[in-house]
Design a protein. Structure first.
Length: 102
């Protein structure tokens, strides 16, 4: 039986994955992501639910949006935020399963 060579990731991919994990490692950002999992919300609603200042929520949403984890759309005078896609929830769910195993 031939042994396969181990697959090596290129440096750019390693850096990008590392950056993603840094972004989703913040407890506030995890909470915001789960809050937006199946709904669109504005900054004020997110701030109220999370008991945070709107400016702090806006900052976290900007980080998440830059990382393409959330998206926004304008509705009247309000900006609504929602999940970009389900990929990040798979990663987070695996983490939850892992910590609940022990």
């Amino acid at each position: 039986m031939d042994q396969q060579e181990p697959l090596l990731l290129d440096d750019k991919t390693i850096q990008e994955v590392s950056k993603l994990f840094k972004i989703i490692s913040d407890p506030t950002r995890i909470a915001i992501l789960y809050l937006l999992e199946n709904q669109e919300l504005n900054v004020g609603t997110i701030a109220t639910v999370m008991k945070m200042e709107q400016s702090a929520v806006s900052h976290q949403l900007k980080v998440l949006k830059t990382a393409r984890l959330v998206k926004s759309r304008r509705k009247g005078k309000s900006m609504l935020y929602s999940q970009m896609d389900q990929h990040v929830y798979g990663i987070l769910d695996q983490g939850i399963i892992h910590i609940n195993e022990g």
